[in-house]
Ligand binder design. Structure first.
Ligand code: NAD
Length: 450
């Protein structure tokens, strides 16, 4: 570690069989957090300027990460998993932000010239070799730099999540045909050039894949199997990619029925909320035939920055349900901790700030509560009815597989109570109102402190 200047903070951590970390020139206020797990060899972060922040976790068998020239205020998030070799992010200028997750067998990512305010989101998964993203211009949308261009895609369910995901696919150069029960949910997409289909069936012909983003498993079943459904318009070689949070068991049954007609189905739920959907930075977790996944991997890169192949059909849904169980469980526990702390005499701003910077931190606090509960904003977002569905999917899966889930069932009951109270259509942070009421404390705050 050479030249970590006054005020600079460098937190190198090296685990496994790593060999060396070199961090020259982390300037005043700069923060470099390097995490090297597994068999990585060398990380070099050079020239992190004042206020700059470089985060470079390297998991798996990566070899080298070099991040030169991240300018003042710049933020640079590199993530390399699997068998990646080298990531080089050069010249991310002031305010620029580069996010380059590399999963699978990628070799090299080079992102020169990310200019002020510009943003590049470049996921590289599977067998990618080299990606060069030069000259990303200020304000460029992530979709404009990711994904294979020019696919014809049907998209069904343009609600809170589906709408921004479809918009990013259009920005990435794909030609969309959209359908929703509510045509008005697609107005902006039609203005962006999407075609309209009067039914799921009509969203199929001529398209390389049909994507669905629907509320609950029975909606997905209806849209695929029902009258006027996708299977009526599908033929051998058609591909369905379900982005909904669905039951693995339902997904596996649908997969079997589809396979009987020569239709491929991938389960591909997403995480990151409406903000992540708008930014194109979702986590996308995919189950199903691997070759089909690889065909659409870069396309999915237009909606997410972390596209992961999880395994056979249903594996994506299993990952998503486990993740959401955590998020909802943390939400309940967090509301207890915060009402406790406030009632015991600490103001919420201080308490939330301390937890956000300590071992109890979570995205539920820093990204969710801070945008919804703390603001008294219960416009969904992510509706309580969908959150309750996800927790129930988890506890049902526990029963199906004989896994004891004591705490999860308490979390489930809290969501049942929220539904009973009529919070179903409000954002899932409304569940915390039950704890607020029981404790006699309201958790409202303008924003998390620094
Ligand atoms: P939403 O209710 O806002 O959108 C669903 C859309 O599907 C609606 O526009 C609805 O009109 C349409 N729809 C319902 N049934 C239909 C049918 N039979 N035919 C055509 N259209 C139909 O829900 P959302 O928040 O966008 O969530 C969609 C899926 O994504 C859910 O499975 C949810 O659990 C999951 N998810 C949501 C979030 C989030 O933050 N909102 C995050 C990750 C995953």
């Amino acid at each position: 570690m050479a030249g970590v200047a006054r005020g600079g903070k460098a937190a190198p951590r090296i685990t496994g069989k790593g060999k060396a970390i070199v961090m020259p020139g982390a300037g005043p206020g700069g923060k470099a957090a390097l995490l090297l797990a597994g068999r990585g060899r060398i990380i070099v972060v050079a020239g992190v300027g004042p206020g700059g922040r470089a985060v470079a976790p390297l998991a798996g068998r990566g070899k080298t990460i070099v991040t030169p020239g991240v300018g003042p205020g710049g933020r640079d998030g590199l993530r390399m998993t699997g068998r990646g070799r080298i990531i080089v992010v050069a010249g991310a200028a002031a305010g620029g932000r580069a996010v380059a997750p590399l999963a699978g067998r990628g070799r090299i990512i080079v992102m020169p010239g990310v200019v002020r305010g510009g943003r590049a989101v470049r996921p590289l998964t599977a067998k990618g070799k080299i990606i060069v993203v030069p000259g990303v211009t200020p304000g460029a949308a992530p979709g404009s730099v990711t994904g294979e261009k020019g696919m014809k895609i049907g998209f069904i369910g343009t609600g809170n999540m589906g709408n921004p995901m479809a918009a990013n696919l259009i920005r990435a150069g794909h030609q969309l045909t959209v359908h929703d029960l509510r045509r008005e949910a697609a107005t902006n997409l039609l203005e962006m050039g999407a075609g309209w289909a009067d039914s799921p069936r009509e969203a199929v012909p001529g398209n390389e894949a049909v994507l669905t983003s629907l509320p609950v498993p029975r909606d997905v079943e209806a849209v695929i199997l029902g009258e006027g459904g996708i299977l009526e318009g599908a033929g051998s070689g058609s591909v369905i990619i379900d982005l909904s949070t669905n039951s693995p068991t339902v997904v596996r049954r649908l997969h079997e029925i589809c396979a009987g007609r020569g239709v491929a189905l991938l389960d591909s739920p997403v995480s990151g909320g409406v903000y992540g959907a708008a930014a194109g930075t979702l986590a996308v977790m995919v189950g199903g035939d691997k070759a089909t996944f690889e065909r659409f991997e870069l396309t999915l890169g237009a909606i997410g920055s972390h596209v992961v192949y999880c395994g056979d059909i249903g594996a994506g849904s299993v990952c998503k349900i486990c993740n959401n169980l955590m998020s909802m469980g943390i939400g309940v526990l967090l509301s207890e901790a915060l009402t406790l702390g406030v009632k015991a005499g600490v103001d919420l701003a201080t308490l939330a700030d301390v937890i956000a910077h300590s071992s109890g931190s979570s995205r539920r606090l820093t990204e969710k509560f801070s945008r919804f509960l703390f603001q008294g904003n219960f416009e969904p977002g992510f509706a309580t009815a969908l959150a309750a569905k996800d927790v129930r999917l988890a506890t049902d899966l526990g029963r199906e597989y004989g896994v004891p889930m004591d705490l999860s069932n308490l979390v489930d009951q809290r969501h049942v109570e929220a539904m009973f109270r009529g919070f179903g259509g409000e954002d899932s942070d409304a569940v915390a109102r039950i704890q607020e009421e029981k404790a006699g404390v309201q958790l409202r705050l303008d924003g998390l402190g620094g």
